[in-house]
Design a protein around this ligand. Structure first.
Ligand code: TXA
Ligand code: MG
Length: 347
């Protein structure tokens, strides 16, 4: 009974936004596109509606939700104290792929913050997301619209696969531009700290804020963004991450494809545009081009589609070409390392 409606991503149809807002007002869930990934939205001020999010995703209760607003005025009643760093972020990066962690007011239900004193707030730049929130008239809590443990959805088809039968409406605005989740930045006190790398780069933040730290909890420490402790997406197959000089990478992947075939494995390769022509000759069962290594943006926007394809086509061995860890490349590599966890082999 899930309806999937195509919506214009530049000029969203008013009727569809209204339909979405009606469901949200009735305490139901609506999936909608943002510039990062698809969100699974509920009225952030309605604890009962938010509880449905956890049920639909199979999400652990201790993982808090991001609250989405269409302007700063909508965020004001939720925030106890806007720090100077937060104000600067709003001015420079909103609307956009940056989530701010700030002290919350009593208006924010406990289920949204998983009992924490801080709330995560973001103003997306996608016209459909903004239009839907505006039409609803209240802030919208929304995690990524995937089943817990799967990669975030960056296409309407991904949401359909994970959420059909569980929610009344999916607004399908096609592919998400950024393709990776927002950067989560703690600006509640002290030096601004990145809790999750994402669509807004550390370099961009430093330009505006000066010193920026990265929360890199060691094995026994609890990360400040509760969601970062989960294993996240792990594909069915074994995943090898191969980075380094291109010639070596191509050689190595070629060798691993052969070995995979010798062991009767279905081999999937996610690689850059630059390496693809060479790897084609090794005949992997799936060759998916992530994009040019000169354009990490392109790689980011195709990454989750590529990982999902490997599972759909039942690859037992997945070889992924890494890219340089700078700018958006840092977030891409963060997701790849998490995707594989202990099954990753860096070679
Ligand atoms: O791009 C995005 O951020 C997407 C779109 C839909 O906006 N949303 C998203 O939400 O990725 P989700 O729930 O999949 O990831 C939210 C992350 C989790 O790691 C969570 O632990 C962290 O943000 N988070 C949420 N509230 C927090 C809080 N109060 N303090 C610290 N971390 C928080
Ligand atoms: Mg998520």
């Amino acid at each position: 009974q899930t309806k999937r409606s195509s919506i214009n991503r530049v000029h969203p149809e008013a009727q569809l936004l209204k339909e979405g807002a009606e469901w949200l007002k009735a305490g139901e869930l609506v999936a909608f596109p943002t510039e990062t990934v698809y969100g699974l939205g509920a009225n952030a001020l309605d604890a009962g509606a938010c509880a449905k999010i956890f049920a639909a995703k199979g999400r652990p209760q201790d993982n808090p939700l991001i609250v989405h607003v269409c302007d700063q005025a909508m965020a004001n009643p939720l925030v106890r104290n806007w720090t100077p760093a937060a104000e600067r972020c709003v001015e420079h990066f909103w609307p956009g792929p940056l989530t701010l962690i700030l002290p919350k007011t009593a208006l924010v239900p406990d289920i949204v913050t998983a009992g924490l004193d801080n709330v995560a707030i973001r103003m997306p730049s996608h016209p459909v997301a903004l239009g839907l929130i505006k039409e609803a008239g209240f802030p919208v809590a929304a995690p990524s619209a995937n089943l817990s443990g799967k990669p975030s959805p960056t296409r309407g088809s991904h949401v359909w696969r994970d959420m059909k039968g569980k929610i009344p409406l999916i607004l399908d605005g096609g592919a998400c531009e950024v393709g990776l989740e927002s950067t989560v930045l703690d600006v509640s006190e002290g030096i601004p700290t990145i809790l999750r790398p994402g669509g807004t780069t550390k370099e961009q933040l430093e330009e505006v804020l000066g010193e920026v730290r990265v929360d890199t909890p060691s094995v026994n420490q609890v990360p400040k963004a509760p969601g970062m402790k989960y294993r996240h997406y792990a594909p069915q197959g074994e995943l090898f991450l191969v980075s380094g000089l291109q010639e070596r990478v191509v050689q190595r992947i070629g060798h691993e494809i052969q070995r995979g075939h010798a062991r009767f494995k279905r081999v999937g390769v996610l690689c850059t545009l630059e390496s693809a022509p060479y790897l084609q000759n090794c005949f992997p069962e799936l060759l998916f081009v992530l994009g040019s290594k000169a354009r990490p943006q392109e790689v980011a926007s195709n990454l989750f589609e590529g990982l999902r394809l490997c599972d759909e086509r039942k690859m037992d061995l997945i070889l992924v070409e890494g890219i340089e860890e700078e700018g958006l490349g840092s977030a891409v590599m963060n997701r790849l390392q998490k995707a594989a966890d202990r099954r990753t082999r860096h070679i």
